[in-house]
Design a protein around this ligand. Structure first.
Ligand code: UT7
Length: 341
């Protein structure tokens, strides 16, 4: 008999971190031709956090990780590995996960980054969950962290209004066979034919930043907003339905949807298509904007800590992003999640 047949992963603790520096819509409207009302109505964003000079993705990731470890009652030395989802790493290499591992002073623990941009946390969760289910690992740190503000053209009103910085983390542990508690079905998808819907053209091997040459705007986000919007709504709905089908449950069985926070209108459309009221969505885009891979674990942490998410509930996570990539997953929240451990 396979001893790991019934092994599942459960979330033992959550944590998040946002830079202190708040940038309001009014602040942005002083730099580009836009207005607070346009940004609120078209995106749902009121303000976002922007990292200060010297504050990096690894710094935010580390702080979120420390909070998640404390929340879980797990010490860094108990970790088997660290997976960081980010599209805005501190360095081209080594990985941000290695930088976090170094600061946590746990040499030997494996560490790597996953890049699926705004869907990155779903990808990292699936990898970590699979490692625990297969018996390769028992306790993992999964982080989504971004400093998008350094990759935004602050003179482009169609993108600079959207993004913000932050990090969220979970500690994932191994459960026994506890009535299917923990991470359930997770579906992942990508369609690389649409790589240019949201991309950063420069800084990679195709268009490197060369010594002595100014990086210019090549290292900033380009986005086809309305095409992205339409594709996001369609694929999010499809992948949510796929997960519900795999779990054998209906929309009424879902207590909370914790979505990637890209645009409030995307979430409204998703809510209508799925027939899940928006009141059952955890939404913080008004305060943080789109923090890419950080957005799901940041929203999750907020809802766990203010007790919206409680043991016994079913939590649906769903994301769409550059690649294009998308994915959804179901988490059966357990008593072992958070303070009750
Ligand atoms: O994280 C996952 C990836 N990202 C997303 O999912 C983002 C998806 N897309 C969106 O959220 C929306 O497409 C945007 C918020 C980016 C844009 O909203 P939209 O309703 O799709 O606007 P649009 O791009 O169709 O532009 C409508 C008008 C244009 O003017 P004209 O051509 O109609 O005269 C734009 O130039 O709005 C103009 N516009 C603005 N006006 C004021 C674009 N950005 C702004 C702005 N302020 N910041």
């Amino acid at each position: 008999m396979n001893p790991f047949e019934n092994a599942r992963s459960i979330i033992l603790g959550t944590g998040s971190c946002a830079p202190e520096n708040v940038v309001t819509n009014e602040d942005i409207s002083r730099r580009v031709e836009t207005s607070d009302s346009w940004i609120r109505e078209r995106t749902g964003i009121c303000e976002r956090r922007v990292a200060s000079d010297g504050e990096s993705t690894a710094d935010l990731a580390l702080e979120a990780a420390r909070k998640a470890l404390r929340h879980a009652g797990v010490s860094p030395s108990d970790l088997d590995g660290i997976i960081v989802a980010t599209a805005t790493p501190d360095l081209t290499f080594p990985s941000t996960a290695c930088l976090v591992q170094g600061k946590l002073e746990i040499p030997g623990t494996f560490a790597f980054d996953v890049n699926a941009v705004c869907s990155g946390f779903m990808y990292a969760l699936k990898v970590a969950d699979s490692m625990i289910r297969s018996g390769q690992s028992e306790t993992l740190l999964v982080i989504g962290a971004e400093v998008m503000s350094r990759f935004v053209d602050w003179s482009d009103r169609s993108t600079c209004i959207l993004f913000g910085d932050g990090a969220g983390a979970i500690v994932l542990g191994k459960s026994g066979n506890e009535n299917a508690a923990g991470v359930g079905a997770v579906s992942l998808h990508a369609d690389g034919r649409y790589w240019d819907l949201i991309h950063v053209p420069g800084g990679g091997a195709r268009s490197p930043v060369r010594p002595g040459e100014p990086a210019g705007n090549a290292c900033t986000v380009r986005m086809k907003g309305s095409e992205t919007f339409r594709m996001a709504v369609r694929t999010l709905e499809e992948s949510v339905r796929e997960v519900l089908k795999e779990e054998g449950i209906g929309v009424d069985d879902v207590d909370w949807v914790v979505p990637h926070q890209a645009n409030i209108r995307i979430l409204q459309a998703l809510s209508e298509r799925l027939n899940i009221p928006l009141e059952r969505f955890v939404i913080n885009i008004d305060r943080y904007g789109n923090t890419s891979a950080a957005s799901i674990p940041m929203a999750l942490d907020e809802a766990v800590r203010d007790n919206r998410i409680r043991p016994g509930q079913r939590i649906l996570l769903t994301a769409f992003g550059s690649g294009v990539t998308w994915g959804s997953g179901l988490v059966n929240w357990t008593r072992k999640s958070g303070e009750e451990r």
